[in-house]
Design a protein around this ligand. Structure first.
Ligand code: ALL
Length: 347
């Protein structure tokens, strides 16, 4: 099915989610799933439009992460409601570090001659060259979730609008909330995302600022690659190395869950944990008093906003802008990020 990646251990996953997801929307007059989305594999090289509908490819990161499953769900529901306007193709990779897999997915979408690619890049620099190729092929490209590196975009002379939240502010607010349950001087550790992702770097900065403002001591800050099992092992080691540890700020919820499992296995009840994403399992852990706080970055709407931007660009009335955009260009779009605690969940 994926000739280009046949030799890879981790193969990209191309989903036909529509049937599953549409049935969960409970919308009785939803169109047949295949009207709303389609998988690209095996289609040969169809035109950028189906009839007069443009084909929009959503390229996500790890579909093993509930954050992206809910992003796919939101996009699929939107496509079902706008079935006359565009056709959605849903793609993702199997784990957070499969950069080659994501590059290959973009190449497949270029070969399929889709009209637009809406992408949450797994790496802020490594995806730029292939997206430049897509753009040069006349495909509209919109960057969501994790911002592409501004310098690399400038060097490669490509303009790609960004749709997503301010991760630094979001993380700082989460960190300040965690700090309220700790004392000045308490030791905390930060679990970072992939070091090459801009949003991971921004969250780390936000957490660091919150710790500094609250007088917390950051005794360790290390990458757990966005992954639950890596975070689990890292936390177990941190608890041994720093027996006085009182808090863990994790740059996403998968890592917060991995940290929670390690904290429980160590029999520690005095370590407060913060995450970022507001996935279902973490909402439950917050309600149960096991995780203290997370950030809701409205993952289910992020792709929808990106798709809306792509459709605007396809309309031709506007051109891609660079944030300081002139009239008639698409500006970057900052989306909401909210602090989620037991109190906000109980409202
Ligand atoms: C970020 C997303 C989510 C996700 C993480 C790992 O780009 O915003 O926080 O959990 O990647 O895929």
């Amino acid at each position: 099915m994926f000739a280009a990646n046949a030799g890879l251990r981790r193969r990209p996953l191309l989903l036909i989610l529509a049937g599953l997801l549409l049935s969960s929307t409970g919308c009785s007059n939803s169109p047949a799933p295949e009207d709303a989305t389609s998988a690209a594999a095996g289609l040969g090289s169809p035109p950028a439009t189906t009839g007069d509908r443009p084909r929009v490819a959503l390229v996500m990161k790890s579909l093993a992460n509930e954050f992206f499953a809910s992003m796919a769900e939101g996009a699929t529901a939107h496509a079902a409601q706008h079935v006359g306007d565009y056709e959605l193709i849903v793609n993702g990779i199997q784990d957070e570090t499969d950069l080659a897999g994501q590059v290959s997915l973009v190449e497949q979408m270029v070969a399929q001659q889709v009209a637009a690619i809406v992408i949450a890049p797994a790496d802020s620099k490594a995806l730029v060259p292939v997206l430049r190729k897509a753009s040069a092929a006349g495909i509209v490209v919109v960057n969501i979730d994790n911002r592409l590196d501004a310098d690399v975009l400038r060097e490669q002379q490509v303009q790609i609008p960004f749709v997503g939240p301010d991760n630094r502010v979001g993380a700082k607010n989460v960190g300040l909330q965690l700090a309220k349950s700790l004392q000045a001087g308490d030791e905390i550790a930060i679990l970072e995302g992939l070091e090459t992702s801009f949003n991971g770097q921004q969250r780390k900065l936000g957490f660091t600022e919150a710790a500094a403002e609250s007088g917390l001591k950051v005794v360790a800050s290390q990458s757990a690659q966005w992954e639950m099992d890596v975070a689990n092992q890292a936390t177990a080691a941190l608890l041994t190395a720093h027996p006085g540890l009182k808090g863990i700020m994790a740059c996403n919820d998968s890592m917060a869950l991995g940290a929670l499992a390690a904290v429980r296995a160590a029999g520690r009840t005095d370590v407060r944990i913060a995450g970022f994403d507001n996935i279902g399992a973490v909402r439950q852990a917050i309600l149960d008093g096991q995780i203290l706080v997370t950030a809701d970055q409205h993952g289910d709407q992020l792709a929808v906003y990106g798709i809306e931007t792509a459709l605007q660009l396809l309309d031709g009335a506007v051109a891609p802008g660079d944030g300081a955009a002139a009239q008639g260009t698409v500006r970057d779009r900052e989306t909401a990020v909210d602090v989620i605690t037991k109190e906000t969940l109980s409202r």
